[in-house]
Design a protein around this ligand. Structure first.
Ligand SMILES: [Zn+2]
Length: 321
């Protein structure tokens, strides 16, 4: 009897999940322009869960006709800080550009669409590798020894969720990077990534040369673009791995801001940086940036997503130059 009950429960959960997924894709089908629809539709692409892709080393031809292979990348618990993560049974997807591509670059960029882990805000992970409290406030208050494993993110004035907008820009950026010969580690590809911020960072540390987390801020004054630079305080800058990595973080952040500046995009307070203490920065060992592409006032159209992706790609070019 118990097993029948269990089967019924599983069937019920499956039906609810399917209904939720179809609602999720339908809500956007009506209102967004075709390109964004395509990008959002891709997030429901069943091929991402396809058995064949599990061991895939098959060559796939993308939209841009760049030839690449895909593989699933799980957390490696022998890498530094991996055991600090709690939500870590998901995987990232590595899109590996083939070496014979004309503009092949021997570099991998982790594209991390911020937020998008269901229930992630209720689970707590250490704010710092040395268990010290957070030094600045934000989603998690100053003084917190523990921070949300993944916070929920904001909702734009037009009703779109930040998590979804981040994913749209992430997909546009993936295509641009592949077109330019970079391999791409897509950390999140749907609305429920089973990797918390530490797991995402640890996987990016081990498998990518640079890590770009895409966000929009929760203010509503159309502030423009900025990145979160490591909080300028000896307690933070003296803590490993940040101590050895802060310079790298600033270099990538400044390269991205310069690229957007050259494109004539609005940069927040001209400098385009805000100091902060973030889980991503605290656990990164590679060039790692939290970029805020705007705020609640931003209207993310397909064209705008392309512009954001272009600026980020150019920033990556500048960083590796
Ligand atoms: Zn965010």
């Amino acid at each position: 009897m118990r097993s029948i009950k269990k089967v019924k429960q599983v069937v019920f959960i499956l039906i609810v999940s399917i209904l939720t997924l179809s609602f999720y894709s339908c809500t956007y089908r009506d209102e967004k322009t075709s390109s964004i629809k395509r990008l959002i539709d891709e997030t429901d692409d069943p091929s991402l869960n396809n058995e064949e892709q599990k061991n895939s080393e098959d060559t796939i031809i993308s939209d841009s006709e760049v030839s690449y292979t895909t593989e699933k990348v799980y957390i490696d618990f022998s890498t530094p800080y991996a055991t600090y993560s709690i939500i870590n049974d998901g995987y990232a997807t590595l899109y590996k550009v083939n070496r014979n591509v004309a503009n092949f670059k021997n570099k991998t960029v982790a594209v991390n669409a911020g937020h998008g882990t269901k229930g992630g805000e209720k689970i707590k992970t250490f704010s710092h590798p040395d268990f010290s409290p957070k030094l600045t406030g934000g989603t998690n208050a100053e003084g917190s020894i523990l921070s949300s494993a993944v916070s929920a993110g904001m909702t734009f004035e037009n009703g779109m969720t930040e998590a979804n907008a981040n994913l749209v820009v992430a997909y546009a950026l993936k295509d641009k990077l592949l077109d330019s010969g970079y391999s791409v580690l897509m950390i999140r590809e749907n609305d429920d990534c089973r990797l918390d911020n530490i797991a995402r960072t640890v996987i990016a540390n081990a498998n990518a040369d640079a890590h770009i987390a895409i966000h929009f801020d929760s203010t509503d004054n159309d502030k423009g673009i900025f990145y979160i630079a490591p909080y300028n305080d000896e307690r933070y800058l003296g803590m490993e791995p940040l101590k050895s990595n802060a310079q790298n973080i600033r270099k990538l952040g400044n390269s991205i801001i310069e690229a957007f500046r050259e494109m004539g995009e609005k940069i927040w307070k001209d400098k385009g940086t805000l100091q902060g203490d973030l889980t991503q920065l605290s656990f990164s060992t590679n060039a790692s940036v939290d970029i805020e592409l705007g705020d609640k006032k931003t209207e993310l159209t397909a064209e705008k997503a392309e512009i954001f992706a272009e600026g980020l790609k150019k920033g990556v070019d500048k960083f590796f130059e």
